[in-house]
Design a protein around this ligand. Structure first.
Ligand code: NAP
Length: 247
């Protein structure tokens, strides 16, 4: 029994969902998952949940105190830089242990033609002036940067509809996983000549990376933001083992 444990899980990723499923089977480990509210129709988690920002470091500290949180697992998207930094600051202040559950970044393999860039603006620069047919999967929040390069055609794939699309664009609303064979077909049908993506890591969206390799296409990857040094694991099982050690 871990009756004095109360876990706060910062979610929004498939790793967080996997950990929530493991925790649902462990009523002796009370836990709550927190979602940012970015996705319009999130799949309801199998454990208690809340939605929306905490109100910065102060708000997260207040939440930790109010709910007597004894351990925090940050399983947000690797690009959720602010939330991860807030988790570090708030847990330090509150004296609560913190674990990051984060899938490793993708690494280039033989045949990959990658250029890594720090952000969406740099990705636009890397596309160059000549019109290209771009498969753009960076997420709708990064899309405004590409409005500055309207000469390209964009095949935009996103979970939720973006506010504005570039003038020459086709929008696909879809949530992974995406199989390599389907990605190859899509890229061929749309005569794509370059892929722009975040280096999200994980298997669910790796199909486009291996498809680009098969087709010999270049890939522009948005590099992950630097995060503070935090104890990190890659799987939900390892995260559950860490939680159990906190009891
Ligand atoms: P962020 O910039 O780190 O977070 C901004 C604010 O949102 C945080 O300060 C916090 O507000 C709130 N927030 C974030 N995650 C939360 C959570 N789990 N529970 C409660 N509040 C949360 O992160 P983001 O805005 O979520 O995303 C940043 C980048 O990551 C974007 O580029 C986005 O596209 C990408 N992303 C991608 C995916 C994906 O599946 N592809 C998923 C998530 C994010 P307060 O300060 O008020 O607490």
């Amino acid at each position: 029994m871990h009756s004095h444990l109360h876990v706060l899980l910062l979610g929004g990723t498939s790793e967080a969902s996997a950990l929530a499923r493991l925790l649902a089977a462990r009523p002796d480990v009370p836990a709550m998952v927190s979602l940012a509210g970015r996705t319009i129709n999130p799949t309801p988690p199998p454990i208690a949940h809340r939605i929306g920002g905490f109100g910065g470091v102060e708000g997260l500290c207040a939440f930790i105190e109010e709910h007597a949180v004894t351990a925090l697992v940050d399983a947000t998207h690797p690009f959720a830089e602010r939330m991860s930094a807030n988790a570090v600051a708030a847990t330090r202040r509150a004296g609560v242990p913190l674990l990051a559950l984060r899938r490793p970044a993708w690494q280039p393999r033989d045949g990959d033609r990658w250029s890594e860039v720090p952000d969406a603006r740099a990705a636009v620069q890397a596309l160059g002036p000549a019109p290209r047919r771009v498969f753009l999967t960076t997420g709708r929040l990064e899309l405004p940067a590409f409005l500055a390069a309207p000469q390209h055609f964009y095949l935009v794939r996103s979970v939720d509809p973006p506010e504005e699309l570039p003038p020459r664009a086709r929008l696909i609303l879809a949530r992974g996983p995406f199989a390599e064979a389907d990605e190859i077909r899509l890229m061929q049908e749309e005569a794509i000549d370059i892929l722009v993506t975040k280096n999200s890591g994980g298997s669910a969206t790796y199909g486009k990376i291996s498809a680009a390799r098969r087709l010999g296409l270049p890939v522009i990857l948005l590099r992950r933001p630097e995060t503070a040094e935090v104890e990190t694991v890659a799987t939900a099982q390892e995260a559950l083992a860490w939680i159990e050690r906190q009891g």
